[in-house]
Structures are given as C-alpha cells and as structure tokens.
Design a protein around this ligand. Structure first.
Ligand SMILES: Cc1ncc(COP(=O)(O)O)c(C=O)c1O
Length: 392
C-alpha cells in the first residue's frame, strides 16, 4: 500500500472506482441532518440521492426494522408471508385504480426492468420508446432506456428496439405506433436537470398510447412517495400510467423497488416469467409499511408542496445572476446555473450544506420531506453566499 493509498477512505480503497465521492465521511444521521466522524452537522439536501424522504433514522422505521428482525428476516417468495401481504395491500390502497397488483424488488433499476418485461410480454411487441435526457438506472434494460451516452457507450451493444424521443415535444409522439410495446418516461426528469413535463403533455402521451395499444410506464423512482408535493407526480396531471415504477424512499431507506400495474395487465404474465430472491422480504416489507404510514400520517406530500413552493419563491427573490432558471415541484428542486454546478456543490459542502448536481449545470435538492423551515432558511443563506457571479 502506498502512502497515498493510506490516506484514502476504505470505501474508495477497496471498491471498484465507479463513484465520484465528495471529501467527507458520514457516520450518523438524524432527521434532515447527517454528521461526520468529528460530529460536524450537515443539512442534507442530497438525502441519499432522494431516498431519505422520511429523514434519517425515523423512530418508526427503526422500531419496525428492529421488531421484524426479531420475528423473521427472510422468507422465500415460494412461501406466503404476512408482512409482505400487508405491504401489497397497503400499496394497492395508495395507488389509484386500475393500478393494484405489484412486484417487489430491491432497487429502482429492477423496478424498471420488470416494467419493460411486462410491457413486452403483455403487448407481444418489442419496441420501447424512452425520452431524450431520461434516466432509468444502470442494469441493461434500464440502461438502454436511459439517454446519457456517457453511461451507455462503453457497454454497447445494448438491447435492440429502444428509441428516444424529445421529452415534451407533442410532434414527436407520432413515433409511438402499433409497434410500440411501452413508452417509459419520468414525469419530472431528475438526473438530467429537473425538467418538469410541460402542462398537458402527459395527457397527450397517454392518449397516443391508448390509440396505439401501447403501455405507458411512468418511472417515479425519484418523483414518487410524496417528493413532488403529491404521493405520485402523475397526480399533478391526472394521468394514470399502465405501469408505475417506484424505489428510493419507498422503504424509509431500506432497499426496495416496486412495479405496480393493473389486474388486466398483470394477468398476462405467467408464473416464473420474472422473480427476485430478496424482493419483498419481510424485513424490507416491514420498513416499507412503516415508511408509507409515516408519509401519509405526517402528510409529507402536502408538506413538500408547501415548503417547495415557499423555497422556490424565496430563491427567485434572491435574484442571483449566476442562476439561469429554477425548476421543480415540491421538494424536487433544480437550480440551473450559468456555470458548472459541481464547484458550487463543493462550496456548499464547506458551509455544511449537502447538495447534488443534475446534468452539468444544475444544482439539485432532494431533501427529506420532514426538513424544518429554519434549515431551509439556512440553505437559502448559503445559496445566497455561494451563488455569486464568477470573476472571469
Ligand atoms: C428516475 C429513476 N429511475 C431509476 C433509477 C435507478 O434507481 P436505483 O439506483 O435504485 O437502481 C433512478 C436513480 O436515481 C432514478 O432517478
């Protein structure tokens, strides 16, 4: 080991170097604050990439996980399980009809893989249409649906018959035809820069899917579970997808993905055509039940709507010249800059605020929905300090 390696944190030293980690090590978290080894607090607007919807170590999640570990951690999907059953029932109760039956997995990308397979099987077609600038995950199907060539090029050839159209363009919806199995979109594109679907667009997409017998898949891995001010972002536009993908905060930080569809579509799938060893295990299911109950009981979607509107108004009032545009809904906020965003993430970090980027020039905030107004006031102060026009 070299001296330089001696200084590297262990999670860099012994891992495949896929991640560009920031220079802090987080060891503990409570509500919307995370702490490093020295006990320095950081306001967490990164939120585990949008996972920490209910905040860190919410007591009800902690209790549900502790209780379930003492009862049963593992139960094969070849057997029935009470907690998994309760979660399926709860999920069916929070989605609008005709959505109801779900498949449980362990991540967002798996939720998308399942959706793509269902679309192909249920329609007997192969073509998938996705959006330019869309992001759906890193496994081969989800990666093929993803747009960014940086993520895809090294791994080609990917899966055939995937096509990308311009997000928001009604003219390009003619590309959806009787050959198209599924259209997969994020209602608000997260990873590429926080781009909200234009008013009326999703309805047009749904109508075109209906005309052509195509299934509409909405990837709400990032926008779901209250993040945008409604339980699901599609509720802003009254458009119910044929297949819904969820992940991130669905289980309060415990890994989980969910793919939800209608009975009619689910009935076109046969036994053993898809599966997962860990998906929906009792421990994850207990965490998810607790998280969903917290989201509804604490009215977190409403809270996200209120705080998000207030925050974006305040941000606009700052009138920073470095800012080109402020986009988003609820507590999914993008601050598009005239400069590369990464250096501002590092500036904020020095002031104990964690942010993330989206695309190259957008600063993104995905804080816990339980974040306090005073904490957001501090974030505004920090943004006010760091978003000064750079001297050439
Ligand atoms: C919209 C969307 N879909 C899918 C994924 C993939 O989720 P995961 O990283 O849990 O596989 C992400 C992750 O950021 C996402 O934002």
């Amino acid at each position: 080991m070299t001296e330089e390696n001696d200084e590297k944190p262990k999670d860099d030293l012994y891992s495949i170097p896929f991640f560009a980690r920031r220079p802090i090590e987080i060891v503990r978290g409570k509500e919307a604050i995370v702490y490093d080894r020295e006990g320095t607090p950081y306001i967490d607007c990164l939120g585990g990439h949008g996972v920490a919807i209910v905040g860190h170590s919410h007591p009800k999640i902690v209790q549900a996980i502790c209780n379930q570990t003492k009862r049963l951690i593992v139960c094969s999907n070849a057997l029935h399980n009470d907690v998994r059953g309760d979660l399926f029932e709860l999920l069916a109760s929070i989605v609008p009809l005709p959505l109801s039956p779900s498949f449980l997995s362990n991540s967002g990308t798996e939720a998308v893989e399942c959706a793509l397979k269902i679309a192909r099987k249920a329609t007997g077609r192969t073509q998938i249409i996705a959006a330019k600038k869309g992001f759906h995950g890193r496994t081969m199907g989800a990666l093929t649906a993803t747009w960014n060539p940086k993520y895809k090029k090294p791994f080609e050839p990917l899966i055939p018959d995937f096509h990308h159209i311009k997000f928001g363009s009604e003219e390009e919806l003619d590309n959806i035809t009787e050959k198209t199995a599924g259209v997969i979109f994020e209602p608000i594109q997260g990873e590429s820069g926080v781009f909200v679907a234009p008013e009326g667009y999703l309805k047009k997409v749904k109508d075109r899917c209906f005309e052509t017998g195509t299934l509409l898949i909405l990837d709400e891995v990032q926008t779901g579970m209250g993040r945008t001010g409604k339980m699901f972002a599609f509720q802003h536009w009254g458009v119910i997808p044929d297949i819904l993908c969820l992940g991130k905060g669905i289980a309060g930080g415990f890994p989980m993905g969910a793919t939800i569809t209608s009975e009619e579509i689910a009935n076109k799938m046969e036994k053993l055509e898809h599966g997962s060893t860990f998906g929906g295990n009792p421990l994850a299911s207990a965490a998810a039940i607790a998280a969903i109950n917290v989201i509804t009981e604490e009215k977190l979607p409403e809270r996200a709507a209120e705080l998000g509107t207030w925050f974006m108004e305040r941000l606009n009032e700052l009138g920073k010249k470095a800012v080109r545009e402020i986009r988003g809904k609820g507590l999914m906020i993008g601050i598009d800059l005239r400069f590369k965003a990464e250096e501002y993430v590092l500036k904020a970090l020095k002031k104990q605020v964690l942010l993330l980027t989206a695309g190259i020039t957008t600063l993104r905030m995905l804080p816990p929905l339980i974040i306090q107004k005073e904490q957001l006031e501090r974030v505004l102060e920090v943004l006010d300090e760091i978003l000064e026009i750079r001297k050439a």
